[in-house]
Design a protein around this ligand. Structure first.
Ligand SMILES: [Mg+2]
Length: 257
């Protein structure tokens, strides 16, 4: 196994599985802390601000990590927006966390279809008026940027619609395609590399889902490690179109060099 300077690590299915802990993953993170290796948790979740993710990891999984160790699709999108849409008016379709982060990044939030950019994530309180305004803004020429295109979200009540379902609504209503920051798009990986100040060949991306984690890594040109603790199952591995660099049952099998 190659020696890496940094690690990009998925959360659900990789670091924990819902509310179930994955001891081998926790031991791996503790090991990274001891070694002082650079790492960030790479998450598509745009409904929690980084501090909430840090608290969740600390309180529920005993992982003492800092905000520096968390990188979400929202942060990737904001980093992209700072480069391409500075000083623009933003219409937000999203929850409190997304509004907060867009404002905190120095952008002006507006509430009408004259916006220059529509930023969309999951909003469990959305309504027709909000979606109609967003669709009209996009029709008027606003850029259409999306945190993550996950279609569904598992909850106690069952499989519920996620951010991607709202994106599909807006794409149909506006006739335009969104630019998506989250995995499987490479934007989040590239933005995380910038944050870590590392290049693609120095980093390993670790995830449990081939269609999001591993594809994001492949597109960004970083080595990938598929762990079989989450979505992708052992019997699927032989059929994967482009195999990950490594496939392990869990992170206790990783050998540091
Ligand atoms: Mg996962």
């Amino acid at each position: 196994m190659k020696k890496y300077k940094g690690y990009l690590i998925d959360l659900d299915g990789t670091t924990y599985y819902g509310t179930r802990r994955i001891p081998s993953a926790e031991a791996f993170i503790h090991r990274l802390n001891q070694r002082n290796d650079a790492y960030v948790f790479l998450t598509n979740n745009a409904t929690r601000i980084p501090q909430e993710i840090v608290n969740h990891l600390k309180n529920d999984y005993d992982l003492p990590v800092s905000q520096e160790n968390v990188y979400s699709s929202t942060e990737a999108l904001l980093s992209y927006m700072k480069e391409n849409f500075r000083d623009k008016n933003i219409f937000v379709v999203g929850e409190r966390a997304l509004h907060h982060q867009v404002k905190q990044a120095g952008f002006r939030i507006v509430n009408d279809a004259q916006a220059d950019v529509v930023v969309q994530g999951l909003n469990r309180q959305t309504n027709y008026e909000e979606l109609a305004t967003a669709a009209m803004a996009i029709r008027n020429g606003a850029a259409f940027l999306v945190t993550n295109a996950d279609q569904t979200i598992p909850t106690e009540k069952g499989i519920m619609p996620s951010s991607g379902a709202i994106t599909a609504f807006l794409e149909v209503a506006s006739g335009k395609q969104a630019l998506v920051a989250g995995k499987p798009n490479p934007l989040i990986v590239e933005a995380a590399l910038k944050k870590l100040k590392l290049s693609a060949n120095e980093v390993l991306l670790i995830g449990d889902k081939y269609e999001t984690d591993i594809l994001a890594g492949l597109k960004a040109g970083v080595d990938t490690l598929l762990v079989l603790t989450g979505v992708t199952q052992a019997e699927e591995v032989a059929q994967l179109p482009t195999p990950p660099t490594y496939v392990l049952n869990d992170l206790s099998e990783w050998e540091f060099n």
